[in-house]
Design a binder for this molecule. Structure first.
Ligand code: DOR
Length: 412
């Protein structure tokens, strides 16, 4: 908007809020001006006021790993329902993975994904696959956020090597699902090792999707590469002991791990770069098939589950894991912090408001969650670029409020 319209830009003062500064919770007021946070101070002035009623105002979470399913599998999820689930869980930005039907691997399939993604009420990045090696640079210039999730089990090492060379040259980032089949059994440590070995002479930016074992995390720490990782709530809050109870609803890749691994991830959470949901919805009917497809929904429960353990994680670290680090790693400018100049992507939470997760609170299409019965702290209000998109169980935005965030390859 040009400056001649500045007088029309609406300003709102968020009062009676607490925000996290470093590791401290402090009382502050936030001036929202149009889409942006204009000021964070003890006191701000604006004609309109939004009373936070003493709640904590966090940056909206950034979930770098969702599968929103549109086009051919929109019966599992679509961009409107997926993004409604996001805001009901305090997620204001998502990055969608390319293994949709059809997959995103060239100009046409990217345009098809962009056409359905316009329904989103959260901001979003779109990732591309590496199936067409000669298209990576074009896709990057068209604004994809990253490459991957690259399924290592389905990718030849020479193709990955070539993709990483291009990704390094253009300055992009590769997200790898690092499980490698050893004697027919998927193995994460060997997968991570393979990625590190292939990348050692290239030095591309790599991000390991849904790391699930303490040994994998340990291995990452041994290499001085530009490599980050994410961990999912299902690998932090569930273990293989939940398999019998959940049956096909616990089937996902990587699978649920041992109690020892779960403890290992919690103990070493300081070495984890970020959390992400791997929101991979499937219908109940699909999950009850003889070979249930892998994947669990999770975008709505990502932040609420972490908040339920804030005593252990700490609010400052939680913001790093769920908001700031994912935004920074994927170059999502203006995202991930309650700070002047950042987008007014905010989520209001009351830490005393603990709820038991039930399917009835879910906004997505799948209608089930592996986290049913666990305690969580859901937000009361979520704002995306200055607009209240969710409040007290109700979606307040129409389809299409979200905008695409382009990767740094795209010239403005
Ligand atoms: O369980 C999973 N489901 N893991 C993945 O990596 C892919 C995902 C899906 O797309 O369903």
């Amino acid at each position: 908007m040009s400056s001649s319209h500045d007088a029309d830009i609406k300003e709102t003062a968020i009062r009676n809020a607490k925000i996290v500064v470093g590791s401290q919770l402090v009382e502050a007021e936030i001036l929202v001006r149009g889409h942006k946070i204009a000021r964070v101070a003890k006191q701000v002035n604006a004609e309109r006021t939004l009373d936070a009623e003493g709640q904590i105002v966090l940056p909206g979470a950034v979930d770098v790993h969702v599968h929103f399913r549109d086009l051919a599998e929109s019966y599992k999820e679509d961009w409107y329902t997926g993004s409604c689930a996001a805001v009901a869980g305090g997620v204001t930005t998502v990055i969608d993975q390319p293994n949709t039907k059809p997959p995103v691997l060239d100009k046409k399939s990217l345009a098809d994904k962009q056409a359905v993604a316009r329904k989103s009420i959260v901001d979003y990045g779109i990732n591309a696959a590496i199936d067409k090696l000669d298209k990576l640079e074009l896709l990057w210039n068209l604004g994809v956020t990253a490459f991957g999730e690259i399924f290592l089990q389905q990718t030849s090492h020479v193709d990955l090597l070539q993709a990483l060379q291009t990704i390094k040259r253009i300055g992009a980032i590769a997200c790898v699902h690092a499980e490698q089949n050893i004697d027919g059994v998927p193995n994460e440590v060997q997968g991570v090792r393979a990625v590190l070995n292939i990348n050692q002479a290239i030095g591309a930016k790599v991000h390991i999707s849904h790391l699930s074992t303490a040994a994998g995390l340990y291995l990452l720490g041994l290499y001085a590469q530009d490599i980050t990782c994410e961990v999912t709530p299902h690998h932090l809050f569930l273990s293989e002991g939940d398999r019998a109870r959940l049956g096909p609803f616990a089937v996902m890749d990587p699978p649920l791990r041992s109690q020892k691994d779960v403890r290992g991830l919690w103990t070493n959470l300081n070495y984890v770069d970020m959390v992400a949901s791997d929101h991979a919805p499937h219908s109940i009917a699909d999950k009850k098939k003889p070979s249930p497809p892998p994947g669990v929904p999770g975008v709505q429960t990502l932040l609420p589950l972490l908040l339920s353990r804030v005593d252990r994680i700490g609010l400052g670290r939680l913001i790093e894991l769920a908001c700031f680090r994912p935004a920074a790693r994927f170059n999502l400018e203006g995202k991930g912090a309650v700070a002047e100049g950042f987008d007014a992507d905010l989520t209001f939470v009351n830490l005393k408001d603990r709820k038991i997760i039930t399917p009835s609170i879910l906004q997505g299409k799948s209608g089930w969650t592996p986290f049913e019965g666990l305690e969580a702290i859901f937000p009361s209000l979520t704002m995306v670029r200055g607009k209240i998109v969710y409040r007290d169980g109700l979606i307040m935005a129409k389809e299409g409020w979200g905008t695409q965030l382009f990767g740094s390859g795209k010239a403005d």
